[in-house]
Ligand binder design. Structure first.
Ligand SMILES: Nc1ncnc2c1ncn2[C@@H]1O[C@H](COP(=O)(O)OP(=O)(O)OP(=O)(O)O)[C@@H](O)[C@H]1O
Ligand SMILES: [Mg+2]
Length: 364
């Protein structure tokens, strides 16, 4: 249905082609295409304009085009500003909310082009408006989907982090406790003088096992406190001494941090890795010697932990409840580094890690 008058074309000698073009513009429904006079009053109106903005030609022709703008834009004098810019630059493009006849809003892409006659006198403006509300809705939907995905990843990261902390902190202490009680139990068995105490320690051992099981399920948020006070080199040294004293293992730690100052999360990660590796040596290796080497080069930090114990069959089916080696891999991955395990049964176990310096150095 075409109930609007054809747009006033600036040319006086209307050719047949111009007439066709005018009818074509008139019929377009997907774009609001209309003319404004030099002062911004609506001079023509097409089917698309009616569809998008809701005004019939009789309602709008002769009225100022500022009725399409929101109160905020009116307060900012946006309609006049856009006409001024179009007159000055030839063309202005804008995207924003516009108002329909019924007061509802739509997200519009607007292009205003200044129209001049052969002498260069401004005769009006051609205005093309597209309704992008649907596109905006889709874009917003996509954005909220991306946000939801990011939140999901963040939540997973957080859960992993909590699980790791739980395993590395409380878990390690419980392992140490269990070993001490185990020694006590053995002593009592050897003395064989206090069967009640022996039974008690057996119960304590099984309780510790239960707690270790619980700890694996419950999340908590802890950081190695001694790292904050001492720094990584001293913390690793302390750890090595502690292991040597507790267990019949010679621990040799060589830590060379060079001139770099390390950032907190990286130091914490490396400390946890060494701690888990030493715990594994005690629990699985039956080793007499273990070395920890941390060396800092120009571009990478290298960490190697090697023992002379029974070793393990690599690539064998992993216990799904085992978290240690997996957690190490994750920490290294987060630092953008690489980790390798190397072992053959009877010939010890070696862990080699390389991390880019940029990932461990403190940022200022
Ligand atoms: N130094 C080692 N010597 C021999 N075997 C090892 C050594 N370190 C790890 N392993 C083997 O690799 C397995 C996986 O180790 P991982 O640290 O992932 O799990 P876990 O120590 O068994 O349990 P968790 O660390 O979750 O308490 C161990 O069960 C053990 O068989
Ligand atoms: Mg382990």
């Amino acid at each position: 249905m075409m109930n609007a008058s054809p747009p006033d074309l600036p040319s006086s000698d209307t050719r047949p082609g111009d007439r066709t073009l005018a009818l074509f513009i008139q019929a377009v429904e997907d774009y609001a295409i209309f003319m404004l006079d030099p002062t911004g009053h609506v001079a023509s109106w097409n089917a698309g304009a009616q569809q998008i903005k809701g005004y019939a030609p009789d309602d709008i022709i002769g009225r100022h085009f500022s009725v399409f703008y929101t109160p905020d834009d009116l307060a900012a004098r946006k309609p006049q500003d856009e006409l001024d810019r179009a007159a000055r630059d030839g063309r202005v493009e804008d995207e924003g909310w516009r108002v329909r006849k019924d007061g509802s809003r739509f997200w519009a892409n607007v292009v205003i082009t200044a129209v001049r006659d052969a002498q260069g006198t401004l005769v009006g403006f051609a205005k093309v408006t597209r309704d992008l509300t649907e596109r905006l809705r889709v874009a917003e939907l996509e954005r909220s989907r991306a946000l939801a995905a990011r939140a999901h990843i963040a939540r997973e990261d957080e859960q992993r982090r909590m699980a790791r902390e739980l395993h590395d902190d409380l878990g390690q202490q419980l392992v140490a406790l269990k070993m001490d009680v185990g020694v006590l139990h053995k002593d009592l068995m050897a003395a064989d003088t206090n069967p009640r105490a022996m039974l008690r320690t057996e119960r304590v051992l099984s309780m510790i096992d239960t707690i270790i099981g619980s700890v694996r399920r419950i999340a908590s948020d802890l950081r190695p406190p001694l790292l904050d006070d001492l720094g990584l080199a001293a913390a690793i040294e302390w750890l090595a001494n502690d292991f040597e004293q507790r267990h019949a293992i010679t621990v040799t730690a060589r830590v060379n941090l060079g001139a770099i100052e390390m950032n907190g999360p990286a130091a914490s990660s490396l400390f946890r890795i060494v701690q888990e590796a030493l715990n594994n040596v005690v629990r699985h290796a039956g080793a007499t010697r273990v070395t920890v080497d941390l060396d800092t080069g120009d571009r990478a930090l290298a960490l190697r932990i090697a023992d002379n114990g029974v070793g393990a069959q690599l690539g064998a089916e992993r216990d799904p409840a085992s978290f240690g080696l997996l957690g190490m891999g994750e920490r290294v991955h987060l630092l953008g580094g690489a980790i390798a395990f190397d072992s053959t049964p009877g010939h010890g176990f070696r862990i080699s890690i390389s991390v880019p310096i940029d990932a461990v150095a403190a940022r200022d």
